[in-house]
Design a binder for this molecule. Structure first.
Ligand code: PNW
Length: 478
C-alpha cells in the first residue's frame, strides 16, 4: 500500500515546454544557442516555441487537473528570471510568470516541486566558462537564494540541479547536449564537481537562511539505470556492474549521502587510467576543498530519475586516449528479452526499478525517495491508444508497490515523465514522452490525453479513494 500523502506527479522542464525564448526580456540559454547552431538536433528543431507553455500555461493546468495530480514538477528558466545569469538584473515578467504558475497550482490543490536548473544555463554564464569554471557555483548560489526568497513562501519541494550526470557527460564529454563540448576524460569530471559544489552551496543557503521560516526540503535529482552483471558468476562482470553504478549514481550520491567524497572505486579507476596513459595534467577527478561548505548531508530526500536497465560485462574499451568510457572500462548490453520502447536506449525493465530502489535504501542510508522521473517513449506514427505505455506504467508502479511493501523502501512519491509531449533534446519532437499528446503541427498546440494519461489518472483516483477508506487499492487490477 502506498503511504499517506504519497505524491502523484508528472514532470516537465522549462526549455522543453515553455517556448517564448525571447519573450518579455528572457536572456538566451545554452540550449537556445545549441539548437540555433544547426546540426546538433533532429531535423534542426529547437525549443523556440515548444509547447508554448509560456503563453498556454492554463492549458497545462487543465491537463494537470484532468489527471488528478497531487504534485507537479516544473523547472525555472534561469535566463528567464535573470537574463544575464546574475541577480543584478531581474526580469519581473519572468517572476510574474512563475508566480502565476505556482499560485494557480496551489489554488487547485496541487503542490509544486520546483527544479532550479534543468540543462539550460544562461548563455552569459557559458561565456564565462560555464560549468567548467569554479565561479559558476557562486552564481548558482545567488540565483538559488533569489528563487528561495521569491517563491519559497509557497514552494516546499526544491530540486537544485537535474541530472548532473547527463549534463556533465552528454554536454561536455559526448557533446550531444548543450554546450556541445567533447573534451573527453577531463571536462565532465570538472563539470560534475562544480555542479556538486553549486548544489551544496544552495542547500547550505537554504538550510541557514530559509529553512526555519519556509520549512521546505531541498535535494538534487540523480539519474541512474539499474546495472547488473551479464554473468553473475563472472567476477569481472560483477566488478564492472559495480563500477558502472559507481560512475553513474555513486559519482553524485556518494559525496552527498555517504562519505562526502567520490566513490573510491571511481577514483582508483580514473587514477589507474591516468597512469597507464601517462597523463600528467591536473587530477582529473577533483578533490573537495576544505574552503567549500561540506558536501555530505546536503540532501533532505533522494530524488531519482530512472528509465531503464543494463547488463554489464567487462572490457569493451576504446582506443581513445583519455575518456570516461575508458575509465569506466565496462560494456553495457541489453538483454534480448527486454522490449524496447520508442527510443533505442529505453529497454522496458520494470523490475529494475525495484532493485535500484532497494540498492538506494541499502547503500545510501535508507533515505526518503521521490521518483522524480520515469516514463516511456513513443516514436513514429502517433498512437493515442498507447497500450504499451499503459502496460509500462502499470507494471512499473506495481514494482514501486513491491519496493515499499516487501523491501521496506521509503518511497514518498512518483512523477511520470512527462505531463505532455515536448522538446526531447537531441531528438527534438520526434520522441514523445507525454501523458498528453501535443499537436506541434497546429498553431494551437492542442493537448489531447493519451490512453496512458487516462490510465495514470485512474491509478491516482483509486489511490485517493482508498485513502478515504472507500475500497482496496490496485488489487483487482494487478
Ligand atoms: C532526462 N540519454 O534526460 C531528462 O531529465 C528529461 O529532460 C528528458 O526529457 C528525459 O530524461 C527523457 O529522456 C535524459 O540519452 C536525457 O540517455 C538523455 C538520456 C537520458 C536521460
Amino acid at each position: 500500500m502506498f503511504p499517506r500523502d504519497f505524491a502523484w506527479g508528472a514532470s516537465t522542464s522549462a526549455y522543453q515546454i515553455e517556448g517564448g525564448w525571447q519573450a518579455d526580456g528572457k536572456g538566451p540559454s545554452i540550449w537556445d544557442t545549441f539548437c540555433h547552431e544547426k546540426g546538433g538536433v533532429f531535423g534542426n528543431q529547437n525549443g523556440d516555441v515548444a509547447c508554448n507553455s509560456y503563453e498556454l500555461w492554463e492549458k497545462d493546468l487543465e491537463c494537470i487537473q484532468q489527471l488528478g495530480l497531487t504534485h507537479y514538477r516544473l523547472s525555472l528558466s534561469w535566463a528567464r528570471l535573470l537574463p544575464d545569469g546574475t541577480t543584478r538584473n531581474v526580469n519581473q515578467k519572468g517572476v510574474q510568470y512563475y508566480n502565476r504558475v505556482i499560485d494557480d497550482l496551489l489554488a487547485c490543490n496541487v503542490s509544486p516541486m520546483v527544479t532550479l536548473y534543468h540543462f539550460d544555463l544562461p548563455q552569459a554564464i557559458q561565456n564565462l566558462g560555464g560549468w567548467k569554471s569554479p565561479g559558476v557555483a557562486t552564481l548558482f548560489d545567488s540565483y538559488s537564494k533569489f528563487c528561495f526568497q521569491t517563491f519559497g513562501d509557497r514552494v516546499k519541494l526544491w530540486i537544485t540541479i537535474n541530472e548532473p550526470h547527463v549534463c556533465a557527460k552528454l554536454g561536455h564529454e559526448v557533446g550531444i547536449h548543450a554546450p556541445g563540448l567533447k573534451e573527453k576524460g577531463t571536462a565532465a569530471y570538472l563539470v560534475g564537481h562544480n555542479m556538486l559544489r553549486a548544489h551544496s552551496m544552495a542547500w547550505h543557503s537554504y538550510n541557514s537562511e530559509y529553512r526555519a521560516t519556509q520549512k521546505g526540503a531541498v535535494s538534487l535529482a540523480l539519474n541512474s539505470d539499474w546495472f547488473e552483471p551479464l554473468d553473475p558468476l563472472r567476477h569481472e562482470d560483477v566488478a564492472s556492474a559495480e563500477r558502472d553504478l559507481a560512475f553513474t549514481l555513486g559519482w553524485f550520491a556518494w559525496p552527498v549521502f555517504v562519505t562526502g567524497d567520490y566513490p573510491e572505486l571511481m577514483r582508483s579507476a580514473i587514477e589507474t587510467q591516468s597512469k597507464m596513459m601517462g597523463y600528467s595534467g591536473n587530477l582529473r577527478l577533483p578533490r573537495f576543498s576544505k574552503e567549500d561548505p561540506p558536501i555530505l548531508g546536503t540532501a533532505d530526500f533522494f530524488a531519482l530519475n530512472h528509465y531503464t536497465s543494463r547488463k554489464v560485462k567487462s572490457g569493451g574499451c576504446c582506443r581513445q586516449m583519455l575518456s570516461m568510457k575508458r575509465d569506466l572500462d565496462a560494456e553495457e548490453v541489453l538483454d534480448p528479452s527486454w522490449p524496447i520502447s520508442g527510443v533505442s536506449w529505453l529497454a522496458v525493465v520494470p523490475h529494475g526499478l525495484r532493485k535500484l530502489l532497494k540498492y538506494i535504501k541499502d547503500v545510501f542510508n535508507n533515505p526518503t525517495i521521490y521518483i522524480t522521473e520515469n516514463g516511456f517513449a513513443q516514436v513514429g506514427p502517433l498512437q493515442i491508444e498507447d497500450v504499451e505505455r499503459c502496460k509500462f506504467y502499470r507494471k512499473t508502479i506495481l514494482e514501486v508497490v513491491k519496493a515499499i511493501e516487501e523491501d521496506g523502501v521509503n518511497v514518498r512519491g512518483y512523477f511520470a515523465w512527462s505531463l505532455m509531449d515536448n522538446f526531447e533534446w537531441t531528438d527534438g519532437f520526434s520522441v514523445r514522452f507525454g501523458l498528453f499528446h501535443v499537436d506541434f503541427s497546429g498553431a494551437e498546440l492542442s493537448r489531447t490525453i493519451y490512453r496512458s494519461g487516462r490510465e495514470y489518472s485512474k491509478i491516482i483516483s483509486k489511490y485517493k479513494s482508498a485513502q478515504s477508506g472507500c475500497q482496496g487499492f490496485l488489487e483487482d487490477d494487478y
